[in-house]
Ligand binder design. Structure first.
Ligand code: GAR
Length: 228
């Protein structure tokens, strides 16, 4: 009687030993981030979106993240004198969440080689074109202008080359003769919301193998969406 029993604190990683941390970087709308958050929960991935980090305080996606109770952080690039200083602060903000996966989701900053190196193998991006075609900006307008009959989106491991790197998965959509840039962008975005969560699930499940600059699904699942 009167004895005090001290119980060891319950550690989250003991309760969920395989739980992986995903950190998502956004600059704006955040609809891909939202798709990842929703799919992670509804499919019960062995992972959680631990944080959403933005370089802009007014990124609309931050509102959704906060509503979901996800930690958010802002690292404003304008507050830093150099790319290196910004990337360094960004890396430290990301590291605070011990990420297994760092997903760029409409994160519109060019990253230094040192940053890319630090997160090598964990850093992925989605780009709204069939890479290696049309890296950079205005991808949909360029696809229409070139007379392409297909367009799509690519999820890839990030290298220090902008919008380049080993391709994890791609989705294709038709380009229709009446397409405007906005119409094509909307058709591609719908596929992005399926493609990006799928690619990240593969990553947290350890279902991907990098071999000779290529990425293969170990279970031979199709890495192409939208084909008939
Ligand atoms: C998405 O279409 C994404 O593929 C693109 O920005 C959009 C972000 O939308 N990313 C790039 O162009 C990267 N080069 P979201 O904020 O609603 O996810």
């Amino acid at each position: 009687k009167g004895a005090i029993v001290v119980l060891p604190p319950k550690r989250a990683d003991t309760l969920r030993p395989r739980m992986k941390n995903i950190v998502v970087l956004i600059s704006g709308r955040g609809s891909n981030m939202e798709a990842i958050v929703r799919r992670c929960a509804s499919e019960g991935w062995p992972a959680r979106v631990a944080a959403v980090i933005s370089n802009r305080a007014d990124a609309a996606g931050l509102v959704f993240a906060r509503e979901q109770g996800i930690a958010t952080a802002i690292v404003d690039h304008r507050a830093f004198a150099s790319r290196e200083a910004f990337d360094d602060a960004l890396a430290r903000a990301i590291d605070a969440f011990a990420p297994n996966v760092v997903a760029l989701a409409g994160f519109m900053r060019i990253l230094t080689a040192a940053f890319v190196q630090r997160f090598d193998g964990r850093l992925v991006n989605i780009h709204p074109s069939l890479l290696p075609l049309f890296p950079g900006l205005h991808t949909h307008a360029r696809a229409i202008e070139a007379g392409c009959k297909v367009a799509g989106a690519t999820v890839h491991f990030v290298t220090s080359d902008l919008d380049h790197g080993p391709i994890i998965a791609q989705a294709i959509v038709p380009v229709l003769s009446a397409d405007t840039e906005a119409a094509l962008a909307a058709r591609v975005l719908e596929q992005e919301h399926v493609l990006y969560p799928l690619a990240i699930r593969w990553l947290v499940e350890g279902a991907l193998e990098r071999r000779d600059g290529r990425v293969l699904h170990v279970g031979n699942e199709s890495q192409l969406l939208g084909s008939r």
